[in-house]
Design a protein around this ligand. Structure first.
Ligand SMILES: [Zn+2]
Length: 450
């Protein structure tokens, strides 16, 4: 039994709710078995992403009706439900849980809706099913981002890892008063059973219901679940001081706040996929750093120097051809990686420099056409991301404010003004602003309560 599970048991005795299985579930739904940050955190980030969407049909659908909004929130929790220890049916539950995390499930779901219930979705059940898909997809995307980026930051600063960073996310949100969304169960059962039919284990409605009931009874509820989250926060706060300070910092790649604009952009891309209007040349929905922004650090040994592209659909991990050059067009040696767990259909690529970058220098990562997506689409245009290295000690290159520099810059490549890597109309800057506001709210609530 892990320390977390033991802690959960001890805690529940205090709470007079001696549910043995719940103790184990603390590890399952808040811990490393769940693959990336805890279930509560997925629900909150997904809710904030929906609220951060630009005005339009997608935002109206997801936020206009509490039942639809709840369906998306529950989708974001459902994805981990398959990890519930339900006894003899655990292998089947694990199979659907794992599958639900990845782009192959998302694409099958998109195809199912287009074939069986195409837009416009006029009845409530159709709208809830679309929202549920958005929630499941958001969870998988957030796991890829958190595991591939933030866990490396937590390791560098706190010697942390999945075992403590995952549950700490739920705990810190609770400590900061940010667990505001508590979803209730909604599952489009007939549809998901059809989508799970090809898995290696037979997934039945009973298997799914058992797993979901256990998840809700033990953790995703506004009584015991919130108390457990509180205790996790108190447990991990002393050992992860940097993570505690930065888990909602929008400037840190992979933080919960930084996942908000990426999740919103992904939802917009899925909306396009559902409508058959997905444009592969606008598939890069988010980048770390933002276009024309500055990266955190130049040390090749640190994740601060990485450049990350996030896609609105799964991309074939080996299909990206990219170049990384400085202002003199001198190539920067780099290693290309997809998601941390090596999936073929990755929702992100990380470019990690082989040598440390030059302080204040401007760089460009240029993507050649030919990037392949899971729906068969392929990019046909060159796109790129321009950014500045971190500024170093005095005596290095002058390093003015990036906004000021941008107005003076004369980009000569095809990625120049009007050809930003961020898809037109995706309101990336607006979303970042919203993410920053969440940080301010978090700090204010923390000072108000502490
Ligand atoms: Zn997960």
């Amino acid at each position: 039994m892990t320390h977390q599970a033991f802690y959960g048991m001890r805690f529940m005795n205090h709470a007079s709710k001696a549910i043995l299985s719940s103790a184990i579930l603390v590890t399952i739904f808040a811990g490393p078995s769940a693959m990336a940050h805890g279930s509560w955190a997925h629900v909150q980030v997904t809710g904030w992403a929906m609220e951060a969407l630009p005005a339009g049909e997608l935002r109206d659908l997801l936020t206009g009706d509490p039942e639809v909004f709840n369906a998306a929130l529950f989708g974001a929790a459902f994805t981990d439900s398959g990890y519930a220890p339900i006894g003899k049916d655990e292998p089947a539950a694990h199979a659907y849980g794992e599958h639900t995390h990845w782009e192959s499930f998302v694409q099958d779901f998109v195809d199912w809706i287009r074939a069986n219930d195409p837009p416009p979705w006029t009845d409530l059940e159709s709208r809830k099913r679309v929202a549920f898909l958005m929630g499941c997809a958001a969870h998988g995307m957030q796991d890829e981002i958190f595991d591939s980026l933030f866990l490396f930051q937590a390791k560098e600063h706190d010697a942390g890892g999945q075992h403590n960073a995952d549950p700490a996310m739920d705990g810190f949100l609770k400590l900061d008063g940010l667990l505001e969304f508590v979803p209730t169960a909604y599952i489009p059962m007939d549809t998901v059973l059809e989508l799970y039919a090809g898995l290696s284990h037979k997934v039945t409605a009973d298997v799914i219901q058992q797993a979901v009931d256990l998840m809700i009874g033990a953790y995703i509820n506004d009584e015991l679940g919130l108390l457990i989250a509180q205790s996790l926060g108190e447990q991990y706060e002393p050992e992860m001081p940097w993570t505690r300070l930065h888990y909602m910092d929008p400037e840190i790649p992979g933080s919960l706040a930084s996942e908000i604009p990426a999740t919103a952009g992904y939802m917009e891309a899925i909306w396009d996929r559902l409508h058959g209007t997905f444009d592969p040349d606008s598939a890069v929905i988010h980048t770390y750093p933002d276009p024309d922004d500055r990266i955190l650090g130049n040390d090749a040994e640190s994740p601060d120097s990485w450049v990350t592209l996030v896609y609105g659909a799964g991309a074939a991990v080996d299909s990206l051809t990219a170049t990384w050059v400085d202002t003199r067009k001198t190539a920067v040696d780099y290693t290309l990686k997809g998601t941390r767990w090596g999936a073929h259909w990755t929702r992100l690529h990380r470019l990690q420099p082989g040598t440390s970058l030059v302080s204040g220098e401007w760089y460009t990562v240029e993507l050649a056409p030919g990037l392949e997506f899971i729906d068969g689409a392929v990019t046909t245009k060159v796109s790129g991301l321009r950014f500045q290295a971190a500024c170093g000690e005095s005596g290095d290159l002058p390093c003015p404010d990036t906004a000021e520099t941008n107005t003076q810059a004369d980009p000569s490549g095809p990625w120049g003004p009007g050809c930003s890597i961020a898809a037109p109309g995706r309101s990336v800057e607006t979303l970042w602003l919203v993410a920053g506001l969440f940080l301010i709210v978090a700090i204010r609530r923390r000072s108000a309560t502490g």
